[in-house]
Every structure is written in C-alpha cells, then in structure tokens.
Write a protein that binds this ligand. Structure first.
Ligand SMILES: [Zn+2]
Length: 145
C-alpha cells in the first residue's frame, strides 16, 4: 500500500493536472471562490480525513491530541475494508466526524445549533465534494498498488 506522502503527491498531482486541463481547455465550471473551496476540501481530504484513519497512520498522527476522536472509528473499521470503499467510505467518515462535532456542541451549549447552516449549502457541498474526491483518489491509488 502506498505511504502517506505517496498519496499526497498523487492527489496533488492529479488535482493540478485536472485544474490545468480545465483551465487550458477553457472549461470553466467553477467561480474562483468555488474553486478555492473545492481545493480547501481537497486539502482536508488529502491531509486529515483520509481512508487510512483506520490504522495508526501519519494521517491520524496529524490530528495530534484530537486523534483519540478516531479511536472508535479504528476499532469499528478494519483497515482497507469498508473505510476504503470508494462509494461510501468518505461519507461514513464525514458522518462520523459530523456527529462528534454536533455532540461536542450539544455538550457545550445544551442544545443543537438553531441554524445548522452557518455557510451557504452550495459552499458546504463543494467543500465536502473536495474531501470525497481526495478520498476517492486515495482508494484508486491503493487499488493500483
Ligand atoms: Zn489506504
């Protein structure tokens, strides 16, 4: 299985190549701000929320003290199995961390946020798409090697 840095290099290379192809073919699908949000999600999906959170990986060490949050995840998901599913692996991780964030919010404020959408829905969806694409590239690279 490719290491953390191999995954990072692969992800960023694919991102740059695809962005360049779109740019030079004048296929403008995103506004510059949306592309930035997609890139931010892609960065988070490459560096922090990766399929390898199911093992003691470099990705999990990057969480520092917060990596204990992923302990139940590691226990629940065997390495390379459903965590590396290209369809729902990333969605399960996002739900997992989303539930924890909401849980912490609830403990702190004794209520759920009155307005769940502090950002516009399209921005949130573009950000999450960036994470899911980065996670998919990770799984694809794992399948190749
Ligand atoms: Zn992996």
């Amino acid at each position: 299985m490719p290491g953390y840095n191999t995954h990072r290099r692969f992800n960023y290379a694919v991102f740059v190549i695809i962005a360049a192809l779109f740019y030079f073919r004048s296929l403008i699908l995103f506004e510059p701000a949306q592309l930035f949000v997609l890139g931010a999600g892609f960065f988070v999906g490459t560096e922090f929320i990766t399929p390898d959170l199911d093992i003691e990986s470099k990705a999990i060490k990057r969480w520092g003290a917060l990596r204990t949050l992923w302990l139940p995840y590691k226990l629940l998901f065997k390495h390379g199995k459903s965590s590396h599913n290209i369809v729902y692996g990333a969605v399960v991780r996002l739900l997992y961390i989303g539930i924890i964030i909401l849980g912490v919010y609830y403990v702190l404020f004794r209520a759920l946020p009155s307005n769940m959408m502090i950002l516009p829905l399209d921005i949130v969806l573009i950000f999450l798409t960036g994470i899911i694409i980065a996670n998919s590239l990770h799984v694809i690279l794992d399948m190749i090697f």
